[in-house]
Design a protein around this ligand. Structure first.
Ligand SMILES: Cc1cc2nc3c(=O)[nH]c(=O)nc-3n(C[C@H](O)[C@H](O)[C@H](O)COP(=O)(O)OP(=O)(O)OC[C@H]3O[C@@H](n4cnc5c(N)ncnc54)[C@H](O)[C@@H]3O)c2cc1C
Length: 458
């Protein structure tokens, strides 16, 4: 049996590789980043900004002690397919690999919401700002607002403060009293981290404003000021609450979108999350997908954070070892003690997070007719409305074809969900499950050169 292909060297991919190696197996980890660690441990050679470094170095050390684990860093998988029990992947260096066992550990990317001025230089996603800082120590600006929803805003704001940025405010659009309904699911181990972030922000006198959002960014060629407002529980602006503040950058974060592009190409069954309607890979108790030999772990099975990614990676690694005949099922049971229970505990917490920090439909009321919806193709809100109301588009795909939304460089990674929600609202219904799944349909997962494509045919 050929070595296991692991796409993604983040927490999920790393922990799976370790379990495969412990069982005496071999694997190749492919990641577009030059270094292992994924989004959570995306630190540069200077590890100053990395958090939770001990766990990263323990995993990295163990992987490096196993020469049978090859790391192909700086390599992007641009295409994947599955046929007759064999999964194949194509890399941007023109090579391809095939195996009977493959792990999808492709993680997630920032979910964005559009607002007037979100396309100005100086406006960035919270994850983008964090990644910039971790990877190269670069700052998005000197005086910034961090806004959106979810606990991720706190580490982003705290690390900006630690890096010397003046954080003018952290704006959380949701009400945190939503936690009252989810007290049983709270992961108290996360409280220590939260307390540390609050302390950093309090020391720097950063105001944390609950129920507030950035509804517009303005500036001549780049962000110079923001319009913020108090929003109700549906995210609609409360009359009389508008404020304008000077700043030179903003970081906005609205949670994450599981990266399912390759999963889609591999033909695995997907589910629609009941809370936020994100598309996630369907897996069984062993993290195996509907395609025999294809496993998935980490954010691709639903956003759940680093601890869940690590556990799912371990479960997948052990299950792959069993499927490859490296260990017995009894041995696997011994290696898996407590993992299933821990996985379901963290998954419950993750679902509670999704509920409390859900994106409410009132964000669409922040849009102006000229607000850009698709940044790659520069399609405005008015143009999207036009294809629905004047040209008669009655589904997301037709609206996309007529407006060119999602047909640019990012192939809808940024605007796919936005377009689905905006078009759905204009048509007068929610986007269907199939329309949401369609967002991840990209036969070419990432841009490649013609030379790479030509090599593939040789
Ligand atoms: C931008 C961003 C920043 C984040 N920062 C934090 C943080 O500071 N703190 C925190 O608690 N959580 C953070 N998160 C959440 C974090 O993603 C998870 O908690 C954790 O990293 C999930 O692990 P994972 O292994 O599932 O995925 P990831 O860590 O996302 O790893 C997936 C890996 O797959 C690689 N990959 C994807 N597609 C391909 C492909 N086609 N070819 C090659 N490689 C590919 C990616 O480069 C990435 O390294 C962040 C998420 C994002 C999107």
């Amino acid at each position: 049996m050929s070595r296991t292909i692991i796409i993604g060297g983040g927490p999920a991919g790393m922990s799976a590789a370790v379990e495969i190696a412990r069982a005496g197996g071999d694997a190749i980890i492919i990641d577009s980043n030059p270094r292992l660690g994924g989004q959570y441990w995306r630190h540069g050679t200077d590890a100053k900004f990395s958090h939770d470094g001990e766990r990263f170095f323990a995993l990295q050390d163990e992987i490096s002690r196993h020469p049978e684990i090859e790391i192909r860093g700086g390599s992007q998988v641009w295409r994947a397919s599955y046929q007759d029990g064999v999964a194949s992947v194509w890399l941007n260096d023109g090579t391809s690999l095939a195996s009977e066992t493959l792990l999808i550990a492709t993680g997630a990317y920032d979910r964005s919401l559009p607002f007037p001025g979100w396309d100005l230089p100086g406006s960035m996603t919270a994850g983008g700002a964090q990644a910039l800082l971790k990877a190269s120590g670069a700052l998005l600006g000197r005086a910034v607002f961090v806004a959106g929803t979810g606990p991720f805003l706190l580490p982003v704001a705290a690390s900006l403060v630690e890096a010397g940025v003046k954080v003018l405010g952290v704006l959380e659009a949701n009400r945190v009293n939503g936690w009252i309904n989810h007290l049983g699911a709270v992961d108290f181990s996360k409280m220590k981290d939260a307390a540390r972030y609050f302390k950093i922000l309090a020391t720097a006198k950063v105001p944390i404003r609950i129920g507030y959002a950035i509804i517009e960014a303005r500036g001549d060629g780049r962000v110079e000021e923001v319009v913020i407002a108090k929003v109700d529980r549906h995210f609609a602006v409360k009359p009389g609450s508008i404020e304008v503040h000077k700043c030179d950058a903003i970081a906005t974060g609205w949670g994450f979108t599981p990266d399912l592009t390759l999963a889609h190409s591999l033909g695995v069954t997907t589910d629609i999350d009941a809370i936020d309607r994100s598309v996630v890979v369907h897996v069984d108790a062993f993290q195996e997908t509907s395609q025999h030999g294809v496993f998935a772990a980490g954010e691709s099975t639903g956003v759940g954070g680093v601890d869940l990614a690590l556990i799912e990676g371990r479960v997948a690694g052990i299950a792959i070892a069993v499927q490859r005949g490296l260990i017995s099922t009894m041995d696997a049971k011994n290696r898996s003690v407590g993992l299933a229970q821990e996985r379901s505990r963290i998954r419950k917490f993750a679902q509670a997070l999704l509920s409390v920090y859900k994106i409410r439909e009132g964000w669409r009321s922040w849009l102006h007719p000229e607000t850009i919806i698709c940044r790659c193709e520069e399609v405005t809100f008015a143009q999207v409305r036009n294809v629905v109301h004047d040209l008669g588009a009655s589904d997301v795909r037709t609206a996309k074809l007529l407006s060119r939304c999602g047909m640019g460089m990012c192939q809808g990674r940024v605007c796919g969900r936005i377009v689905a929600d905006v078009v759905g609202a204009e048509i007068g219904r929610s986007a269907t499950d199939d329309e949401l799944r369609g967002i991840h349909n990209r036969p070419i997962a990432h841009p490649i050169s013609l030379a790479t494509l030509a090599k593939q045919g040789q």
